[in-house]
Design a protein around this ligand. Structure first.
Ligand code: SAH
Length: 203
């Protein structure tokens, strides 16, 4: 059985060195966000099923995406695809103000329960379609999508702060996608390829 400390050591070996990210991953109990049947393997470096055809992302990918957001304590972050609430908990643990949207009601309820019982009060969660973002709390210094659309939703770019970062997998549904870091610079964007990934589709 892999421990939380071993999981974080592996993530560091694989190249994510951001201390705030690694520390948050040492603090957040991933075993509380996975289905009870998978609790024994909660700290292995692989995605796990959440039910409803969805998955909690692989820990290394959570770390990579979180580090790519380049956030500072107190920043506002929007997450599209709450799932279990684990990624939101990592961001909250790092001191961010987190807004997160989930479209599957059962997962929304589970995430709300998980975050509440673990005391993550800096997370605001909503049931809805994340492709439209959440204009009410914009602009965001960071936006993270944990489900993959075929192209970047314009609303997410619009809701980024000047210099803000969007980390999002883009590609065909049911296949592999490319993970992009998109930086908003004035009316322009700069895109950085972070490598190949496999996410559930943003629908
Ligand atoms: N970040 C999650 C993993 C998410 S899996 C975690 O830490 O556990 C991707 C999630 O995106 C799924 O729960 C799926 O239901 C959700 N999703 C897919 N399309 C969506 C949309 N248009 N708006 C909001 N959520 C969506």
């Amino acid at each position: 059985m892999t421990t939380r400390e071993e999981m974080v050591a592996l993530i560091r070996e694989r190249g994510v060195r951001d201390a705030a990210v690694l520390n948050a991953m040492l603090q957040v109990p991933r075993d509380r966000f996975v289905l009870p049947a998978y609790r024994h393997s909660a700290y292995g470096d692989f995605p796990l099923p959440l039910g409803h055809g969805q998955t909690i992302s692989q820990p290394y990918i959570v770390a990579l995406m979180t580090a790519a957001l380049e956030l500072a304590r107190g920043d506002r972050v929007l997450e599209v695809g709450t799932g279990s609430g684990y990624q939101a908990a990592i961001l909250a643990e790092m001191g961010m103000k987190v807004y997160t949207i989930e479209r599957v009601e059962a997962l929304f309820e589970i995430a709300k329960f998980n975050l509440k019982t673990l005391g993550y009060k800096r997370v605001t969660i909503r049931l809805g379609d994340g492709r439209e973002g959440w204009p009410k709390h914009a602009p965001y210094q960071g936006i993270i999508a944990t489900a993959a659309p075929t192209k970047i939703p314009q609303a997410l770019i619009d809701q980024l702060d000047e210099g803000g970062r969007l980390v999002i997998p883009i590609g065909p549904q049911g296949g592999y996608q490319t993970l992009w870091k998109v930086i908003k610079i004035g009316d322009d964007i700069r895109e950085i390829d972070l490598g190949g990934v496999a996410f559930v589709p943003l629908v």
